[in-house]
Ligand binder design. Sequence first.
Ligand SMILES: [Zn+2]
Length: 423
Amino acid sequence: MKRYLFLLLLFCSASFVFAQNFEQFFENKTVRIEYKHIGNSQMEKIEVENYRVGGIWEGTVTHLVEPKRMGGLQFEVFDALSGQLIYSRSYDCLFNEYRTTERGEKEVGTFEECVRFPLPKQMVKYKFTSYDRHNVPTELFQGVFDPQSTAYEPMRKEYKVKNLHIGAKVNDALDILFIPDGYAKSDKKKMQEDFKKFTSYIMNCSPYKEMADHVNIRAIEAYSKESGITNPNQNVYKNTLLNCSYNVIDLDRYLMCLQVWKMHAIADDAPYDFIVLICNSDKYGGGGIYNFYCTVNNVGDYSDYVIVHEMGHLIGGLADEYYTSEVSVRDFYPEGIEPVEPNLTTLVDFDSKWKNMLDADTPIPTPATKENKDKLGVYEGGGYVAEGVYRPMMDCTMHKIMYNRFCPVCLKALQEAIMFYSK
Ligand SMILES: [Zn+2]
């Protein structure tokens, strides 16, 4: 009992220190840096274009520095005077996928990206670092932001926001924001129905269902000039709010948005930790990138599965557990390197993954037999690779088209992410 009390006190005092840090270093406003990520498989660089300041700070005020890096990019903010690290986030981006494709080997691509952090009270230094699949860091950019002298544009309010599920206050919840693309004014009714439908898909899926008090879902009501979504393979081109498109980085069902700055400018109107783009199209598709954004098409038998699967990438940093696919990214999980994603292992550092969740008698690797159908184990095949990469269960929502069937390892990663944003 005493031990628990001690742990509780320790936890309270740690939260107190974190909360104090927020007051000490930050105002209750948000800074957004808009930058370009430029390069190919051989080189990459970042060019910062604009700073935007406005709104309130909607993220967590207790977890300012993340406990461990989860994505291929890391953004860090340091107090300029003391050099203390006061904010950090890791994430992934479309550029990192582009550079592993055939086109990305030769052609230089330019991709819009954004990072957000609370408005600092004093001058800060910030740094972007890129990690390759061998976990080798490269510093991409160092900059200075001084709230007294750096020129910035204000964020603007333009759109109506609809509350769909409110579990807690903004700083105490994982805030999900839907932005619609490809809905014309005449699609108003459909848009409202889709917002409700996708909210129920999320809230009826574990772990969101059990953690409903820690989740908020809102939507921006915004219309496109034309109805539908661009699909270059069929010569369909639509003028839409965010110009989302299929066949991004040459993968037919990969439905993504390249106008990331505009996406965040629209999102400024609502509190958000994560953006989900709801695309008005009956063609199966979607995409999700850790701490970046995700997309889903609105029609079809599988859209309940697609949204929670893509949100698995977006929020939990989860990898695809399938290994037979048309995915055009290559060499994603090199030999001898433990992946950063929580639901894959190469057994190089399995202790850091789900080893402590296994029954003591579980063979490693675990044979994919009928008897093991529902057993947590270490099954070969995952992350687009058939050999040398292992996943936790034979089946999971990150493995095949199955709604609400996250394996225990994926569930745990999502629960931790929800708690990270709701304290
Ligand atoms: Zn899983």
